[in-house]
Design a binder for this molecule. Structure first.
Ligand SMILES: C[S@@+](CC[C@H](N)C(=O)[O-])C[C@H]1O[C@@H](n2cnc3c(N)ncnc32)[C@H](O)[C@@H]1O
Length: 282
């Protein structure tokens, strides 16, 4: 990707996440938190380790990571969106965490000392980066030999969810139809695709696990507020104002396919965890 194009993509992503910093993961839908908690558990952080949380957002991975490495460990949490960093720094102070350093930085070139981290995680971040493969190589370099990297990305979602999200498709500019985030094409479409990115970047001991996350919405408005509270806000903003009520009505209609007998709607998303290790010398 050209430098200018990459800079434009990063600026767009930072603007989007700055805008949702106050509502992100705060509308009563367990989504980022269960994904990140599982990601952290997958890579078994140990007390005293030095960890890196790339694209920390509102701290979904940071909190379990900081708890696991404990008072003798340390977490560096970085994000491109300064509002995200500011809000999460406040939360960290409120939690009394003294072992976290916050940085407003681009995860693609964070300017951190090489071979300094035992462990790095990036939950639902890699597909936002202009050059994911190049970023993985940079992260490889930040790890000590034997250090681990774990990332979460999306596998398939259930057909009802595909159909629901399709209400936006006709309005989306090409950059929002990007195959990397849709999980339909490109390296993020398959376990093997993400593993290949890891392999090319130099990781070994690469493995993938996944789980299906059921996501419950109490009613259409709950889904609407959730969809406005995170990256999907960009889809709503792509719909011209006069058309938004119609899009919401279509979404309400399509949500009926996901009606839960216990009330509300339940949709399912597969989440993928890919891990690798910077090889030990020799
Ligand atoms: C979907 S959110 C995930 C946040 C958090 N890891 C979680 O699991 O809730 C993606 C985050 O990545 C950040 N991000 C996107 N591109 C980035 C980049 N180039 N460098 C650093 N952070 C980035 C966004 O600002 C946002 O906070």
């Amino acid at each position: 990707m050209e430098h200018e194009q990459a800079a434009e993509m990063s600026a767009r992503v930072a603007g989007l996440f700055n805008r949702v910093a106050d509502t992100y993961d705060a509308v009563g839908v367990p989504w980022f938190t269960p994904i990140a908690e599982r990601l952290v558990a997958e890579c078994s952080p140990r007390p005293g380790e030095r960890a890196l949380d790339l694209g920390t957002g509102r701290g979904a991975a940071l909190w379990p990571l900081a708890a696991a490495v404990g008072p003798n460990g340390h977490v560096t949490a970085l994000d491109l969106a300064e509002q995200m960093v500011a809000a999460t720094r406040r939360d960290s102070t409120a939690r009394g965490l003294g072992t976290v350093t916050f940085l407003v930085a681009d995860a693609s070139y964070p300017n951190l000392p090489p071979a300094s981290y035992d462990l790095a995680v990036a939950s639902l971040v890699l597909f936002f980066l202009p050059e994911p493969g190049a970023a993985l190589r940079v992260w490889w370099d930040l790890l000590v030999p034997g250090g681990r990297l774990a990332v979460s990305t999306f596998g398939p979602r259930d057909p009802a969810w595909e159909d629901l999200d399709d209400v936006f498709t006709q309005y989306l500019p090409p950059q929002l139809l990007d195959a990397r985030t849709s999980g339909i094409r490109g390296p993020f479409a398959t376990d093997a695709g993400v593993e290949a990115l890891f392999r090319i970047a130099g990781f070994d001991d690469i493995r993938t696990t996944s789980f299906d996350l059921p996501v419950h919405f109490n009613d259409v408005d709950h889904w609407y507020r959730w969809s406005m509270s995170h990256g999907q806000l960009s889809h709503w903003l792509a719909v011209p104002e006069p058309n938004r009520a119609e899009v919401l009505a279509q979404a309400a209609e399509r949500l009926k396919a996901a009606r839960d007998p216990r009330g509300g709607f339940t949709l399912e998303q597969q989440v993928r965890f890919t891990q690798g290790r910077r090889p030990l010398p020799g």
